[in-house]
Design a protein around this ligand. Structure first.
Ligand SMILES: [Zn+2]
Length: 536
C-alpha cells in the first residue's frame, strides 16, 4: 500500500504531518479516503499533540509504534508529569479508543483551556522543503507553550484545528496566521525550554527523582527556610515577576490561571499530577536549561543544626556585602543567590534598598506610576525615562494595587478586542445562528467565559425553533391510499380498517394529514354499509 516516497516518517514530524504528506502524495480527493486507507474507516480526528490510533498508523507506515509515540506525539512530556499513571495514557494513544482520550486528555493536560491549533515556522518549512521535498508539520511546534520556533526564534504561524477550523481535513502548513506580533522574550524562553525538555525526556535517562531535584534547586536559590520548608509566598512572587511578560501579552499565549503559582506546592509535595507547563514554569525559573536542571548532582542534606549555621553564614555574608555598599545584583552574582533573596534579607534587616534614587526623582516615580496606571508598556516607560525595565517593574510592584490594576487592564484590552471581533463577525454574517457562531469564532468562547452577560446581550436573537416533520405525510398518504384501495376484505369500521393496515392508529389520530387515504377509506366503509343494508 504505502509505496509513495512521501509516506515515510521523517524524524521530528508530527502524526498529523505524516498523514497530511501521505494524503497529498496519494492524490486522495477526500480525507475520508485517506482515513479509509490507513484506519479502515472514515471518521478519525487526529489531535495535534496527543493523537490516538498510533498502532494502526505505525503499522501502515512501517514504524515501531513506541518510537512514533515518543517522537511524533507530545507523549514524553505528559508521561513525565503523570509519572506512574502514564501507562494508561500510553495504552489509549496506541489504541483506537477515541472516547477514552476525552476523559484521559482531561487528566493529562489537567483541563487547561488551550487553543486548538496546528502551528509551523515559515523558515523550518522552507528548509524541510529543500532537504526532503515535503512541507512538514513538526511535533515540537505543536507542544503547548511553544509559540516561537526554538531554532529560528520567530513567532509561529497557525491554522485553527477542530470544528470551525481545519476540522478533519489534511492541510499543508501554508497560509497561517502569525501567533503574536509583539516582541516577547519570555515566550521565546518558554518555547525553547519546552522543546529542550521534550527532547531530553525522549532520551529517557533521568537519574534522580524530580522532587529531590526541585528541593535541591530551591535550597540553592534560597527558597527554603532553615527547617527545610518552602518560602511559598516569596517563591510565588518571584515566579510571577519572572514570567509576567508572558501573561501580559495581548494574545493569550498560556492560560492566565497559570499566573497564580499556588500549584507549585502541588508539584513539590507531589499532591497530584499537574500539566507539564506548570513544571516548566518552575524549572525554567530555577535552572538555565533542562540539561542543567537534571544535571544537578546531589546536594548533601546537612543536619538541621548545620543548615541553620550555613543559612546564618550566608545571611551574614550578604549583610556584610550590603554594609560594604555592594549592589543587590553584585551580591546575587558573587554568592549565587537570587536578587530577590538579597532584597528580602536587606528589607528584613532595615537596610535602605538601592532603588537608584540618585536618578529617580519623586517626579519620575509618579510619572512611571501614572503611565503604568493608564496601561503603557513597561519597555516604553523605561525608554521614556532612560531607566531599566527592571526599575519600572520594581516601582510598579512597590505601588500597592498597581499590579492588580495592570492585570485588570490586560483583561480589559482582551475584552475590547473580543467584543469588537464579535460585533464585526455579526455585521458581516447577519444570518449566522448562535451555534454556527460558537463553532466558527474564537471570540465567542472567550466572551462566554469572561464576559457572558455582554455576550448574550449582543448575540443575534435565538432563532425560533423550526418544526421539521420527521415523516413525509404526503408520501405516506399516497402509499396508504393505494393500500386501502387494494384491501381484499370489507371493513365495518375505521378501527377495523386501521388494524388491517397494521394497527398504527394513523386513520384514527392523523386523519387530517391523510386526505387521500381517508377518501378511499370512506368509499370502503360506504360499500360495506350498503351491502349490510341489502342483506337485511
Ligand atoms: Zn524554525
Amino acid at each position: 500500500m504505502s509505496n509513495f516516497s512521501y509516506s515515510q516518517y521523517i524524524e521530528g514530524e508530527s502524526i498529523y504531518g505524516l498523514i497530511t504528506n501521505y494524503h497529498v502524495a496519494s492524490c486522495n480527493r477526500s480525507w475520508k479516503q485517506t482515513n479509509l486507507d490507513i484506519f479502515g474507516r472514515t471518521h478519525v480526528r487526529l489531535h495535534p499533540v496527543l493523537p490516538n490510533n498510533i498502532n494502526a498508523i505505525a503499522q501502515f507506515f512501517k514504524v515501531e509504534p513506541v518510537y512514533l509515540l515518543n517522537h511524533a506525539t507530545g507523549y514524553p512530556l505528559y508521561a513525565f508529569s503523570l509519572s506512574n499513571q502514564a501507562s494508561k495514557l500510553k495504552k489509549v494513544l496506541l489504541s483506537a479508543k477515541g472516547q477514552l482520550i476525552a476523559s484521559y486528555s482531561r487528566q493529562a493536560p489537567s483541563s487547561l483551556p488551550l487553543a486548538k491549533q496546528h502551528r509551523y515556522c515559515a523558515k523550518c518549512i522552507e528548509e524541510s522543503f529543500e532537504t526532503f521535498g515535503t512541507l512538514a508539520w513538526r511535533i515540537e511546534h505543536q507542544l503547548y507553550g511553544v509559540s516561537h520556533c526554538p531554532e529560528h526564534g520567530e513567532p509561529l504561524l497557525y491554522l485553527s484545528s477542530g470544528e470551525g477550523g481545519i476540522n478533519r481535513h489534511y492541510c499543508l502548513p501554508e497560509g497561517g496566521e502569525p501567533i503574536l506580533l509583539e516582541q516577547n522574550e519570555k515566550a521565546v524562553r518558554l518555547s525553547i525550554f519546552v522543546t529542550k525538555l521534550y527532547h531530553l525526556l525522549q532520551e529517557g535517562n533521568k537519574s534522580r527523582s524530580v522532587i529531590d531535584l526541585y528541593t535541591d534547586w530551591l535550597m540553592i536559590k534560597g527558597f527554603l527556610t532553615k527547617c527545610g520548608h518552602i518560602r511559598m509566598r516569596f517563591l510565588a512572587d518571584e515566579l510571577f515577576n519572572y514570567w509576567k511578560e508572558l501573561f501580559e501579552a495581548t494574545e493569550e499565549l498560556i492560560p492566565l490561571e497559570l499566573s497564580n503559582f499556588n500549584y507549585v506546592a502541588d508539584i513539590i509535595h507531589e499532591r497530584r499530577p499537574v500539566h507539564y507547563l506548570k513544571h516548566v514554569l518552575l524549572m525554567a525559573f530555577l535552572a538555565k536549561s533542562p540539561q542543567d536542571f537534571f544535571a544537578l548532582s546531589k546536594v548533601p542534606k546537612p543536619a538541621p543544626e548545620l543548615l541553620k549555621q550555613q543559612d546564618s553564614a550566608l545571611e551574614s555574608n550578604v549583610l556584610k556585602l550590603l554594609d560594604d555598599g555592594s549592589s543587590l545584583r553584585e551580591i546575587s552574582a558573587s554568592l549565587g543567590v537570587s536578587v530577590g533573596y538579597v532584597k528580602q534579607l536587606a528589607l528584613r534587616n532595615n537596610y535602605e534598598i538601592d532603588r537608584r534614587r540618585w536618578k529617580l526623582t519623586d517626579e519620575i516615580e509618579r510619572d512611571v506610576w501614572r503611565k503604568a496606571f493608564v496601561g503603557c508598556h513597561r519597555a516604553d516607560i523605561a525608554k521614556h525615562h532612560g531607566i531599566s525595565v527592571g526599575t519600572v517593574e520594581q516601582l510598579i510592584q512597590s505601588h500597592k494595587g498597581l499590579s492588580d490594576w495592570r492585570h485588570h487592564m490586560v483583561m480589559a484590552k482582551r475584552r475590547a478586542k473580543n467584543r469588537a471581533a464579535l460585533l464585526q463577525a455579526i455585521g458581516t454574517n447577519p444570518q449566522i445562528t448562535r451555534n454556527e457562531f460558537k463553532r466558527s469564532f474564537s471570540c465567542y468562547m472567550w466572551l462566554y467565559k469572561n464576559d457572558r452577560e455582554w455576550l448574550y446581550q449582543n448575540l443575534p436573537a435565538p432563532q425560533a425553533k423550526k418544526y421539521y416533520p420527521s415523516v413525509d405525510w404526503a408520501a405516506r398518504d399516497k402509499f396508504l391510499a393505494i393500500k386501502v384501495k387494494c384491501l381484499p376484505a370489507e371493513s365495518k369500521s375505521l378501527s377495523e380498517l386501521d388494524r388491517a393496515l397494521g394497527g398504527h392508529g394513523w386513520l384514527l389520530h392523523d386523519a387530517k394529514k391523510l386526505p387521500e387515504t381517508m377518501k378511499e377509506a370512506a368509499k370502503i366503509l360506504e360499500n360495506s354499509m350498503g351491502r349490510k343494508i341489502v342483506k337485511d
